[in-house]
Design a binder for this molecule. Structure first.
Ligand SMILES: *Cc1c(COP(=O)(O)O)cnc(C)c1O
Length: 466
C-alpha cells in the first residue's frame, strides 16, 4: 500500500474503522459514518480525499502556527535527517540543534527562564514539571512539599499525570484519576459561572481561591500552582483583567512555584511571544509544545528559571528523568527554523498589530447573532457561546454539548473547521491567516450559525434550561 495515489475514500475509511482507534472519539459513532480523510494542506486550507477544501480555523490542534506546507520547515527536517537523524542527550552528549534551540528559547522567553528540558509533547512536559518541582523542594530539604494545585476544566495533556493536572471531569472518570497530591480550584469562567458578579469581582474571587486552597492544604505541603494563561481546550476561557495580577501576588507572597502552561499561548497566539507577557505573569517554569514546531514534528519543552535550575544544579544531583526523544535533533532543527521564520517575517507583530485586531473587530460582531450569547477573543484564539435565549445567556435545556456538535458538523460541511467545546464554538487559526481569509472565516461562521439555528429549531432544541 502506498500513500501516493491512495485508495478510494470508502476503502480507506474501512481500513481506518477496522484498525485505527482514534483519540477522544466514540469509535462506534465514528465508524457509523467513517472518518474524513485529510490528504493534503496548504497555508490555512485543508483538502480531503474527495477534493473538498476547508479553512482550518483550528490550526490543526492549536499548533500549525505558520500554516501548512512551508518548504523551509520541510527542508530543515530533511537536512537534519541526512546529517544526524537521531542521537540521545543522556550520555553526556549533545548536538547542535539541542544547544542552539535551548539558547534561542532562553533568549525569547520572558524573565530569567534561561534553561530548557526537552520532551516530545505537552503532556510529557507537564509530567516532567511535576517531577521537577517535587525534586526541587526535596533538594531544598522540603520533601513534604508535593501538592500541585491546578484548576477545574484545565487541560494539561492526556498522560496519567498530565490528565490528573487537568481538571476535566470526564477524563478523570476513566482510569482512576487524578493521582494523589493534585487538587483543583475553580476556574475564572465569567460567562458560565459568575452569577451577578462583575468580571473584576469574579476574577478576584476566583484568584483568591488559590490563597484559600494553599491555606487549606498547608503552605508547607504545596509545591506549585499550574495554569494556562488562557484556557484553550476548556473553551478559550479568557480570565477577567483582575485575575492574573492577584494570582501573581499570591504566588509572590507564598512559598510555591508558578507553572504557566503555554502549550497553546506560546509563540505568538495571544499577540506576544508568550501569554505570560500578555498577562504580565512571571512563571518559574513554562510548558511549551504545539506551536514550537508549528506542529510539523512533535516536541515539547519546560523553560526553567535561573532560581529553579540553580537549586537543581547545586543541590539536586542527577535528575533521574528523561525521554529517548528529549531534544530530538530533527524536531529541534524544525523548531529553530520555525522560530527563525516567526521572527524574520514578523509574524507575532503582524498578529498583534494587524490581523488579530481585524479578527477581533469581525469576531465580536458574531455576538449580534441570535444564537450567540457572548463572543470573546484574545489575540488569535476566540470563542462564541451558543445560547437558545441570548438575552438571559441561558444554557440549552437538552444535554450540554449537543447544540455545539450540531453546529460543528454544519461548519465542517460548509468548509470551516471550528471546534465545539460543550456549547461554545472555538477557533485558533494559523497565525499567518490574512485579513481576506479572516473575512472568509467569518462569512462561513455566519452561514453556519444561521443553518445551525434553523436545524436546532427544527429539532426542538432551542429551549432554555430551567
Ligand atoms: C495540547 C495541550 C497539552 C498537551 O499537549 P500534547 O502535545 O497533546 O501532549 C498540554 N497543555 C495544554 C495547555 C494544551 O493545550
Amino acid at each position: 500500500m502506498k500513500l501516493e495515489n491512495h485508495l478510494p475514500t470508502r476503502q480507506l475509511q474501512a481500513l481506518d474503522s477496522a484498525h485505527h482507534i482514534h483519540p477522544f472519539t466514540d469509535r462506534g459513532a465514528l465508524n457509523a459514518k467513517g472518518a474524513r480523510m485529510i490528504t493534503r494542506a496548504e497555508g490555512v486550507y485543508l483538502y480531503d480525499s474527495e477534493g473538498e477544501k476547508m479553512l482550518d480555523g483550528m490550526a490543526g490542534l492549536w499548533c500549525v502556527n505558520l500554516g501548512y506546507s512551508r518548504p523551509e520547515l520541510v527542508e530543515a527536517a530533511s537536512r537534519q535527517m541526512s546529517q544526524l537523524a537521531y542521537y540521545n542527550t543522556f550520555f553526556q552528549t549533545s548536538h547542535p540543534p539541542a544547544a542552539i534551540l535551548a539558547a534561542r528559547l532562553a533568549e525569547l522567553a520572558p524573565g530569567d527562564l534561561n534553561h530548557v528540558f526537552f520532551s516530545g509533547s505537552g503532556s510529557e512536559t507537564n509530567d516532567t514539571n511535576i517531577r521537577m518541582v517535587r525534586h526541587y523542594w526535596a533538594s531544598l530539604g522540603k520533601p513534604e512539599k508535593t501538592v500541585i494545585i491546578a484548576r477545574k476544566n484545565a487541560y494539561h495533556g492526556s498522560t496519567v499525570a498530565a490528565a490528573s493536572l487537568g481538571g476535566m471531569a470526564f477524563m478523570h472518570a476513566q482510569g482512576g484519576l487524578p493521582i494523589a497530591d493534585i487538587t483543583h480550584i475553580d476556574q475564572p469562567y465569567w460567562y458560565g459561572e459568575a452569577g451577578d458578579l462583575s468580571p473584576d469581582e469574579f476574577g478576584l474571587q476566583r484568584a483568591r481561591a488559590l490563597e484559600a486552597e494553599i491555606d487549606r492544604i498547608g503552605e508547607d505541603k504545596v509545591a506549585a500552582f499550574i495554569a494556562e494563561p488562557v484556557q484553550g481546550a476548556g473553551g478559550v476561557i479568557i480570565p477577567p483583567d483582575s485575575y492574573w495580577p492577584e494570582i501573581q501576588r499570591i504566588c509572590d507572597e507564598r512559598e510555591i512555584l508558578l507553572i504557566a502552561d503555554e502549550v497553546i499561548t506560546g509563540f505568538g497566539r495571544t499577540g506576544n511571544w508568550f501569554g505570560s507577557q500578555t498577562f504580565d505573569i512571571r512563571p518559574d517554569i513554562m510548558t511549551v509544545a504545539k506551536g514550537i514546531t508549528s506542529g510539523y514534528l512533535p516536541l515539547g519543552a519546560s523553560l526553567i528559571s535561573d532560581k529553579v535550575a540553580g537549586v537543581l544544579q547545586e543541590k539536586g544531583g542527577e535528575f533521574a528523568h528523561g525521554y529517548t526523544y528529549s531534544a530530538h535533533p530533527v524536531a529541534a532543527a524544525v523548531a529553530i527554523e520555525n522560530l527563525r521564520i516567526l521572527d524574520e517575517e514578523k509574524v507575532v507583530e503582524t498578529v498583534r498589530n494587524k490581523t488579530a485586531p481585524y479578527l477581533e473587530q469581525q469576531w465580536m460582531k458574531l455576538a449580534e447573532h441570535s444564537l450567540v450569547g457572548e463572543a470573546r477573543i484574545c489575540g488569535m484564539m476566540a470563542a462564541i457561546e451558543l445560547s437558545p435565549q441570548k438575552a438571559e445567556r441561558s444554557a440549552f435545556a437538552g444535554d450540554a454539548g449537543v447544540a455545539g456538535l450540531i453546529t460543528r458538523d454544519i461548519c465542517f460541511a460548509n468548509g470551516l473547521v471550528m471546534r465545539s467545546v460543550g456549547d461554545a464554538m472555538v477557533i485558533s487559526p494559523p497565525l499567518v491567516i490574512t485579513n481576506s481569509e479572516i473575512d472568509e472565516l467569518i462569512s462561513l461562521a455566519i452561514k453556519s450559525l444561521d443553518m445551525a439555528e434553523k436545524a436546532l429549531s427544527e429539532q426542538g432544541l432551542m429551549k432554555a434550561a430551567k
